[in-house]
Design a protein around this ligand. Structure first.
Ligand code: MN
Length: 449
């Protein structure tokens, strides 16, 4: 198997779960999804452990390991998944996570003989607190929306928006894993150096151009030994699954610091991801062809394959919402800022893995790749405020009587994602939310929140 687009019994749209909530229209987590996360009961001192979302519940993998219902690869995967991070399960590879998917699908479907045993292993999602899905060793953020790259490039370099390497290389930079948090993260507005256009010298202070970036995260499963490359055809065997990712960005810090080595303090103060990781197996029905405009350079051989052309891209619908402090006080709902799809990306997730390792760089289980901001072909599909507000020159109407160019203290940004197509059951990623707190006092070592 080269691209995970093969459908099997776990994608059968006619199968329902004995858990009624999993069958409701609009439910992100039907039996065809089964994403993984790390959780414990909220306000408890329990150990964090792996879980699988079904309807409004979580199958507790530690409890399932105790119940000892399964054997073989599925049992091995359950034991690995019952630990406090998913790294061990990720390392096992798709044979094991796939076996667990098939075992859970059979146990959760209507008429299963395991119904009463599984019910003993359920925890309500409403009662759960989440942790990061994995111990993230290394984090790399890519830049795979050409629409975003062109829009940002026009603002930062009006004479030269798209640099010549963009259409040849999946551009990326090494980010920082220490400040990645799970949905619900609250962080202080970053401070740093910025230099206004025309100003003689930079100043230091709180960012005045704080932004979000609408991205997907890609969790690496099985790693590769240092000195070896993962060929494009094998790349998906090394990808565990996808989550939502918000790459918070301080545009004023970024504009001053980014040349010549790329993003640094503008990006590494906070990154927020969703608690649920949707596996490549669950995404199989939503694969779409990868294509390039004929006038563009075509990928070099190590980034080119027939299966990547056939089904390398994924149609994941993405939405960004804002809710200001005032909207929260007035009990107004979050407002959608934009929507787009991962299908518009210039590179596929397989190409990211093949490129990242072409030099012999070793990826490890639980490493995280960010897709880069996902902006679609039209202006309304922009995945960041710096694009939506034209670099801060066109304020957006927000709620009943506010405007935004960039984020203000008390703002909460939420992303949602789902996949749908005729003939398949719609699956979701849930959501990722994060909130901006006022800048900490300079020199303060007290953690925010
Ligand atoms: Mn980014």
């Amino acid at each position: 198997m080269t691209v995970f687009d093969r459908l099997d019994a776990t994608h059968d749209p006619t199968v329902h779960s004995w858990l009624a909530a999993a069958n409701e229209s609009g439910c992100a987590f039907p039996i065809q999804n089964l994403p993984f996360g790390i959780f414990r009961r909220a306000r408890s001192a329990e150990e964090f452990r792996g879980g699988v979302a079904i309807g409004d519940q979580i199958v507790d993998l530690a409890a399932l390991a105790q119940a000892d219902l399964f054997s073989g690869d599925a049992a091995t995967a359950i034991r690995a998944g019952s630990r406090s991070s998913l790294n061990a399960l990720m390392q096992l590879g798709p044979q094991f996570s796939g076996a667990l998917r098939h075992a859970l699908f059979a146990a959760l479907k209507r008429g299963s003989g395991h119904e009463s045993a599984l019910k003993e292993c359920l925890v309500a999602q409403a009662d759960a607190a989440f942790s990061l899905p994995a111990q993230i060793g290394d984090y790399t953020d890519f830049y795979i929306s050409i629409h975003h790259a062109r829009a940002i490039g026009r603002q930062f370099r009006p004479d030269n928006p798209l640099l010549p390497n963009y259409q040849w290389i999946p551009i990326g930079y090494h980010g920082r894993s220490s400040s990645i948090g799970v949905s619900g993260q609250r962080f202080a507005r970053p401070q740093g150096q910025k230099k206004a256009a025309g100003a003689g010298n930079p100043t230091v202070g709180p960012s005045e151009r704080l932004d979000y970036e609408l991205e997907m995260g890609i969790f690496i499963g099985t790693g590769n030994p240092q000195g070896t490359a993962i060929p494009l055809e094998d790349a998906e065997n090394h990808i565990f699954g996808l989550c939502l990712l918000n790459d918070w960005s301080a545009r004023d810090l970024q504009a001053w610091e980014y040349q010549p080595l790329g993003p640094f303090l503008a990006k590494n103060f906070a990154t927020t991801i969703s608690p649920w990781v949707v596996t490549l197996q669950a995404l199989a029905p939503f694969r779409v062809p990868f294509s390039r405009p004929e006038r563009d350079p075509q990928p070099l051989p190590y980034l080119e394959s027939a299966s990547n052309r056939r089904a390398g891209a994924i149609d994941i619908r993405l939405e960004a919402y804002i809710r200001t402090a005032k909207m929260q006080q007035r009990d107004e709902p979050a407002q959608r800022l934009s929507r787009t799809s991962l299908r518009h990306a210039y590179w596929t997730i397989s190409q990211l893995v093949a490129h990242h390792t072409v030099n012999g760089c070793n990826l490890r289980p639980g490493d995280l790749l960010g897709s880069g901001t996902q902006s679609g072909p039209t202006a309304a599909e922009a995945g960041s405020l710096v694009e939506l507000s034209q670099g801060g020159s066109e304020p957006l109407q927000v709620g009943s009587d506010e405007t935004r160019t960039f984020l203000e203290d008390g703002d909460t940004v939420t992303f949602r994602a789902w996949c749908q197509r005729p003939g398949a059951v719609t699956i979701g990623f849930g959501e990722v939310s994060g909130s901006v707190l006022p800048a900490a006092n300079p020199g303060s070592s007290t953690a925010p929140g």
